[in-house]
Design a protein around this ligand. Sequence first.
Ligand code: NDP
Length: 329
Amino acid sequence: MSFRALVTEKAEDGAITSSVQQVDEARLPDGNVTVDVQWAGLNYKDGLCLTGAGGLVRTYPHVAGIDFAGIVRESVDERYAPGQAVVLTGWRVGEVQWGGYAQCARVSADWLVPLPEGLTTRQAMVVGTAGLTAMLAIDRLEATGLRPDAGEVLVTGAAGGVGSIATSLLGRLGYQVAALSGRPELSGALRLLGASSVIDRNAFLGGADKPLESARWAAAIDSVGGKVLGKLLRQINYGGAAASIGNAGGIELETNVLPFILRGVTLIGIDSVMQPYATRVAAWQRLAELFDFAGYDELVEEIGLEGLPAAAQRILAGEIKGRVLVKVG
Ligand code: NDP
């Protein structure tokens, strides 16, 4: 049996290229569950893996794709049976392990989550790793005591995958969302998603930086890092919290202790990759119940495996609006 896969290869001169190839099943890695992949997502990390940036992929040829949803074909693990719908995110699948950009994947049962009732495999990848991570961030912020009446929540990188889904989820939960974006032309779409205000990234970063600035935000969900995270920490309300998810704008963090010692601000790190099973199951369930798929439709772009190399360049350039969905099966 063979199947279609986007195979990423490294030439002797170091050039990384990807092409759609027919791959024999014998080349699949070890694992106890074989999945017919129907849909995969495109995340920032996939952009890194498909271009070789960041050195995440160590062994070539490689099949990228850090998240996918599909139907179990075979399982030697009693937790899964043929015909069952499953979703996979994290565990370095698509980086160290072969991932979802192939019609067939073989993985460890420990990495899978059964699809929640009522969620299709397509819907699972509309939200994907981005949505799961946004949900985890909201769960953690609420655990600090955040409630809708606390004030505005700032979401950065708002037009990207994590940011747009966080904006939508917070809106559904009744929060006032300030969406920070470098693309003011997308203000209308962000408001439709649930943002009550849209903030231009350049304007936000402009002006003098003070050790502590006027308190504006009950909480923040940040997928940008760098200067943006440094700035917003100085603007969090007394007792508020910021969830740090990503580094689309840089890995450095310049801050000072005043937000922490004078305002009691909490900085929460969010990692979706190694989350325990029970946490992932609960987050997927809450996503399935909460997310407004119809309202998000305009921000979904559908491509095939062939479209991935170009889309990878676009996500690294910050040009993707919402989520790119990859039709695999
Ligand atoms: P996207 O590319 O879809 O979104 C990132 C957004 O960040 C862009 O749309 C843009 O938003 C903004 N942005 C991009 N470049 C810059 C820049 N140079 N300076 C400031 N803002 C910028 O990526 P994802 O949503 O998939 O991922 C976002 C980040 O979160 C990535 O760093 C990713 O690795 C990380 N991540 C982490 C996870 C975890 O487990 N911790 C899980 C998933 C993602 P706009 O145009 O609105 O300004």
